[in-house]
Design a protein. Structure first.
Lengths: 793, 226
């Protein structure tokens, strides 16, 4: 090696990092290379909003000579108050990823083969625009569809609007439902669900809800948990986590209750039994704001007393009757009890059953009457955006002003079921499908029907930053920008008790010829002669700006502000003052960019039950009617058998483990990887197994007793076999799982997604049987039985 | 002046943000899967887990573990070339160009906080540019560990000097303390009564790891009470 001054200094380890090795870099523009070597090293900071998950955390980027070198939290962003999660910190690894696509790519071989030829943007957009024009001319606009990963930003509304204005109804959003979403839609006809204020509860019961490791906002809830944990020795707050695996939510609770996967709803109804028998329920709420509580033979108490007495509940759930009794009494005697269901509980065949049962538990206890506990989201001063929905009977997707409780489900519940809806003849044959911000060939449990469906569509256009598992089934891959190179606006986070809009702004101009999705759609619409907005914005940034005008005009809220207490702000406002002065919209817009977003410091008002629809309790007759009505979602599964009440058939899959080597597979998500989004980033891949101390590799968590019986030691290799396939994993013997399950992390085993994800780890989806909750359309992750064999090294 | 850290386990949720922040702040190499298989993963800040009791009385304690910056550090005593030493402000530092890679210090450290650079750290093209320009990368063959983000101390001192004042509480923060969402990590001068760490370190809940060894760690844990 030639010794230059720089090499020499580097060997001594005293130079800055930016020196050396830059010439090989192609992930950053050439003009940066010189700056990195010889620049004046001027430090600047820019505000934006994180786009790694839908939580909308404010971020602050450190730039040296205009080049981003670090992401930290924005201290004045209300949702995260200056903190981030590991995913948020690692964002630059996404921006600078060496495998980012540099120009549009056209598939060369057959579908399913990953071979590509690079083409120009004009060559790529030409056929798309022709294809769309052809459909419009033939009046076949419904043969165009858009499958869109909803990151809770304005882009989702924009893309939905694009599809609608093309004349199609086939907008398929994809995201995890919010906390309580399934149950509250069924019981209240309320969507999105009510927000809640954790600080107001004195008894928190989480049914599979892991607020610390996944959506809606892990940073917000980690911060809050820190506060609640510190004060709970004084306040006496009790936190009980119900799940088959302890997870971070269980580790930070005061009690962890093991329960068989899928049986959480049964446990909730078992608690309802005790509360009803003790006559310790909230009579006022029930009499005024609910129905089906007293309806003769087919009412809620009848359902509970007939089918969910403690001994039966104990046999199904594995929870001892005395624990059930204690839990029910503690919960119903608390002043402000709060039961949450979400996360793992909506990844089972009993997802909606569980959430409805948990909602009923809240209705029975004093939860809905507790002061300030439940909050009603205040709509922003915008004309309401259409809600993507799916009709339960016809299977048709559409965008509606609002969902109809009798006939609609939110579209994202059933979007994993698209190929099945197609084969059942419920969706039209598509000529063109666009896919963005989601990897449908990585996530669903039934990859074959997805492959077949995508192979049959003549023009599949994917927007992507990296070639991912879906790309081989796309005909065109368009390089898109990361959240650090584009404009967008994150919407208020569901379930949080305040309103916030986080501004995403380009920290750097798009690298490698990538283009923002919004601008590409806008260009296509212009070519098509379709106007997306009355304001006719020239760019997607213009659209965001236009959407902020009504907010400015309403005079509500303020750009994020620093160092002013809410009390002081209240006093200011009484006197007609603002923290900032922004007489014109241009000032407001400048402040938004400077501070990183807008929020309304007035928390959401308390939920007012008299204004809402009445709370509907579950009954036998209602379950029967729902199962018949939603037969489309049950995949031909038997939902009627002699005189067995239909809802009990839902419980049938919850069985006890029979043989010594048989386990129920229970995939879980980690904060570092969520559902595979973190896998492309090396830092997150390395530390995703931080807690079990396993790096870069997947593992399987097993209870010590079961491991002993199978003569397995910590670190041994096991083969996990299901009816669908087998994978080899390293066993981790931990007491934090129930003895009936084998817990496996989700997020590894990508076939593509760049060099740090490709063929690293395993995807538990390869083992999971495709089973669907017949009431909601959610696919189950926790219904597959696996066998474990020891592998000799 | 005696820099130290208090970690309140009653607040810590074990999210791992301190680990990520530390790795990015200090350009700690991401060790590739093959090397990691040999136990070469580098974490200046680690997260330890202890299981107590059995279900239904099972409690899981998680605690972040940086370098303890002992007042009587066993590692400095065994270094044959004085590549690791305790400076006048109590920080146990490493001088990379002086280290000969004998790894005696690694063997001597009872908290296993030190890592050895088995190979030249390599970043994929581009990823390297995400690194922090304030901290040098370490060459192959030397030992490294948590420095209490000492590079930030230099900056904080210069800033205070330019403003003609002494260092205040919060002027010098480590990356882990700054990034902890739960507010569990507090950093400051243990001897200065105006710093938050001072009263916290004298809390009845205060405890130190492996105290009986007489190493006198300057990382103090506040025990969980429930």
């Amino acid at each position: 090696m030639k010794i230059t001054r720089r090499n020499f200094l580097q060997m001594l380890g005293i130079t800055g990092i930016a020196a050396g090795g830059i010439s090989q870099v192609w992930a950053i523009p050439d003009q940066w290379v010189e700056k990195l070597e010889y620049g004046p090293r001027i430090e600047t900071w820019k505000m934006s909003t994180c786009g790694q998950c839908p939580a909308g955390c404010g971020i602050r980027l450190r730039l040296i000579d205009g080049i981003p070198v670090r992401i930290l939290g924005n201290p004045i962003a209300p949702v995260n108050s200056g903190f981030t999660c590991p995913m948020g910190e690692a964002g630059l690894e996404l921006l600078y990823h060496p495998d980012r696509i540099r120009q549009p790519m056209r598939r060369k071989g057959k579908k399913g083969e990953s071979s590509w030829e690079p083409i120009s943007w004009e060559e790529a957009l030409g056929p798309i625009s022709q294809g769309l024009q052809g459909l419009l001319k033939k009046k076949q606009a419904d043969r165009f569809g858009f499958f869109f990963g909803d990151r809770n930003t304005l882009l989702t509304h924009f893309a939905g609007d694009f599809v609608t204005r093309m004349g199609s109804a086939n907008f398929f959003p994809w995201r995890a439902p919010g906390i309580n979403e399934l149950g509250f839609w069924q019981a209240f006809g309320e969507f999105p669900p009510f927000a809640f204020d954790l600080e107001k509860t004195d008894y928190l019961l989480t049914f599979g809800t892991n607020l610390l490791e996944g959506p809606p906002s892990p940073v917000y809830f980690n911060r809050l948990y820190g506060k609640l944990k510190e004060s709970r020795p004084r306040t006496g707050l009790k936190m009980v986590h119900v799940d088959a695996r302890m997870s971070q939510a269980g580790k930070n609770a005061t009690e962890w209750l093991q329960v068989r996967p899928g049986s959480m709803g049964v446990l909730a109804l078992g608690m309802a039994y005790v509360i009803l028998r003790d006559k310790n329920f909230n009579e006022e709420f029930i009499a005024r704001y609910s129905r089906d509580f007293r309806g003769g033979k087919e009412d809620f108490p009848n359902l509970v007393s007939r089918y969910y007495p403690p001994d039966k509940v104990s046999a199904i759930t594995g929870v001892p009757p005395e624990t059930l009794l204690r839990l029910a009494r503690e919960f119903s005697s608390a002043k402000a009890p709060l039961a949450l269901s979400g996360g793992m509980s909506d990844r089972s065949e009993t997802a909606l059953f569980t959430q409805w049962a948990v909602a009923s538990l809240n209705a029975l206890s004093g939860s809905f009457s507790a002061k300030g506990l439940w909050r009603e989201p205040v709509p922003l001063p915008w004309s309401p955006s259409p809600v993507p929905s799916v009709n339960i009977r016809t299977g048709a997707f559409s965008l509606k002003p609002q969902l109809a409780p009798e006939s609609d489900l939110p579209a994202h519940w059933a979007s994993e079921e698209l190929p099945h809806l197609r084969s059942a003849g419920k969706l039209p044959d598509l000529n063109m499908l666009m896919i963005a911000q989601v990897d449908p060939l990585y996530l669903p449990t039934d990859q074959k029907p997805w492959q077949e469906w995508l192979s049959r569509i003549p023009q599949v256009v994917q927007f992507a930053t990296l070639i991912d598992d879906t790309s081989p089934y796309a005909d065109l891959v368009l390089p898109t920008t990361t959240y650090l190179e584009q404009w967008d606006m994150t919407l208020p986070v569901p379930n949080l008790p305040f309103s916030q809009l986080g501004l995403q702004q380009p920290i750097v101009s798009p690298l490698n010829g990538a283009r923002p999705i919004g601008d590409v759609l806008l260009q296509l619409a212009t070519e098509m002669g379709v106007t997306l907005l009355p304001e006719k914005p020239k760019s997607y940034a213009g659209y965001i700006e236009a959407r902020m005008k009504p907010i400015f005009a309403s005079g509500k809220g303020t750009p994020y502000f620093e160092a002013v207490s809410l009390n002081f702000l209240g006093e200011l406002r009484k006197r007609g003052w603002q923290v900032y002065s922004y007489p014109a919209f241009a000032d407001f817009w400048r402040l938004l960019q400077e501070k990183g977003g807008w929020w309304d410091p007035d928390e959401y008002p308390e939920a007012e039950w008299k204004k809402r629809k009445k709370f509907t309790f579950p009954t036998v007759a209602r379950f029967d009617a729902l199962l018949k009505e939603r037969a489309l979602l049950s995949h031909g599964r038997e939902t009627q058998k002699g005189d067995t009440p239909l809802h009990t058939l839902l419980e049938a899959p919850i069985r006890k483990t029979e043989t010594p080597d048989s386990f129920l597979l229970a995939p879980f998500i980690t904060l570092m990887n969520m559902t595979g989004e973190g896998a492309s980033q090396p830092l997150l891949q390395e530390i995703s197994g931080l807690l079990p101390r396993v790096y870069w590799k997947p593992w399987a968590e097993m209870h010590p007793e079961r491991a002993k019986r199978l003569s397995l030691l910590d670190g041994d290799l096991i083969r996990v076999v299901s009816g669908k396939g087998s994978v080899t994993l390293r066993v981790k013997v931990v007491p934090t799982v129930s003895s009936e399950i084998l817990a496996v992390p989700f997020g590894g085993g990508h076939k593509e997604s760049g060099r740090y994800a490709k063929n690293i780890g395993t995807n538990p989806v390869a083992l999971i049987d495709h089973l669907v909750d017949p009431l909601s359309g959610r696919t189950s992750w926790q219904s597959t039985r696996v066998r474990v064999e020891k592998v000799n090294k | 002046m005696k820099w130290g850290m208090v970690i309140d386990l009653q607040k810590c949720t074990g999210c791992g943000e301190c680990v990520a922040a530390c790795k990015l702040e200090n350009n700690v190499a991401i060790v590739e899967p093959k090397e990691s298989e040999m136990g070469r993963t580098m974490l200046w800040m680690d997260m330890l887990t202890v299981y107590e009791g059995e279900y239904p009385r099972l409690r899981v304690r998680q605690f972040p573990r940086p370098c303890m910056h002992c007042d009587h550090p066993p590692c400095t005593k065994v270094c044959p070339v004085r590549a690791t030493y305790k400076n006048e402000e109590g920080i146990v530092t490493q001088i990379y160009p002086q280290c000969i890679g004998c790894r005696y210090c690694m063997a001597a450290c009872p908290y296993t906080v030190k890592s050895f650079n088995w190979y030249k750290p390599e970043w994929a093209p581009g990823i390297r540019e995400t690194a922090n320009p304030d901290v040098s990368v370490r060459p192959v063959g030397v030992v490294e560990k948590c420095t209490f983000c000492v590079h930030r101390l230099q900056k904080a001192k210069e800033q205070a000097k330019s403003e003609g004042r002494n260092l205040r509480d919060g002027d010098f923060q480590t990356a882990c303390a700054e990034s902890c969402p739960a507010g569990a990590i507090v950093f400051g001068d243990l001897e200065n009564t105006s710093h938050r760490v001072n009263p916290l370190s004298r809390s009845p809940r205060a405890t130190r790891l492996l105290e009986d060894l007489g190493t006198e760690p300057k990382v103090i844990y506040l025990k969980e009470v429930d």
